[in-house]
Design a protein around this ligand. Structure first.
Ligand code: SF4
Length: 253
């Protein structure tokens, strides 16, 4: 058997993307017909881990993580068709290990003109290798979100031309000033939709899965939980990077 050249595999990649795009466009047309009466979505917030995305993307251990890259891109397509203009990616693993996020981020910026927020859970400041990686994105449409010390909140700075915002603009323990919860789609690294990051993993706030069907139909299901009980609604580190929270502190989101 002859090994594939880089050029051949590049053509196959392009063709695969083309067919996925066509399928997506068809799906979007159907989705638009079904969503006329719904609140606009502004934020798409996805949590990713290196292992979670890679397993599905590379086809290894597919039973553990059956969400492949084209499905993630479809989620972005559908969210954009519903009005999302912000994509926040919360990284549970170091930036260098989450190589799949570049394809996702470029797709959001280049195909949908979305602003991308990279929330680096494991970094307190940007390292030189991280800066180099981030610079492959369109910096005018990129924000980096890092957890800040309470005395520096709400926290905004610039590092090597990259805008950095505090991922936690409000101190822990306070009532969150989050706005637009119903305008947000939250997806964890296994493709499960929850009301927001605070309740990730809590079945009573599970909305569905990205493979359940069109996002809008999933969000509009009569029993889909879209609000948070006031008793648990307090700022915790799980709120870090939440776009509905950032919107109350930073302009442009
Ligand atoms: S994650 Fe926290 S800040 Fe964001 S919507 Fe939920 S409760 Fe509000």
């Amino acid at each position: 058997m002859t090994a594939k050249t880089d050029e051949t595999s590049g053509l196959e990649d392009a063709s695969e993307i083309y067919f996925e795009t066509v399928k997506t466009l068809k799906r979007k047309l159907k989705a638009c017909k079904a969503c006329a009466a719904t609140d606009d979505i502004t934020y798409l917030w996805i949590c990713v881990s290196a292992g979670g995305l890679k397993r599905g993307f590379c086809g290894e251990n597919a039973n553990d993580s059956p969400v492949p890259m084209h499905q993630w891109l479809n989620v972005i397509d559908e969210a954009a068709s519903l009005g999302a203009n912000w994509l926040i990616l919360t990284l549970n693993d170091p930036l260098e290990e989450c190589e799949d996020i570049w394809a996702i981020s470029k797709w959001a910026q280049q195909i949908h003109n979305m602003t991308v927020g990279l929330h680096l859970k494991n970094s307190a400041t940007l390292t030189k290798p991280e800066v180099k990686l981030i610079r492959q994105l369109e910096l005018s449409k990129t924000k980096v979100l890092l957890r800040c010390e309470p005395d520096k909140l709400p926290g905004i700075s610039e590092q090597e031309g990259i805008t950095v915002w505090a991922a936690n603009p409000q101190p822990d323990g306070e009532r969150p000033k989050c706005r637009g919860l119903k305008r947000m789609i939250f997806v964890n690294d296994k493709g499960v939709l929850y009301t927001c990051g605070l309740v990730d993993g809590d079945d009573s706030y599970r909305i569905g899965h990205v493979e359940d069907g069109h996002l809008m139909q999933t969000l509009n299901a009569p029993n889909a939980p879209r609000l948070i009980d006031a008793n648990i609604r307090l700022i915790t580190p799980e709120c870090d990077g939440c776009p509905a929270l950032l919107a109350g502190f930073f302009q442009g989101i």
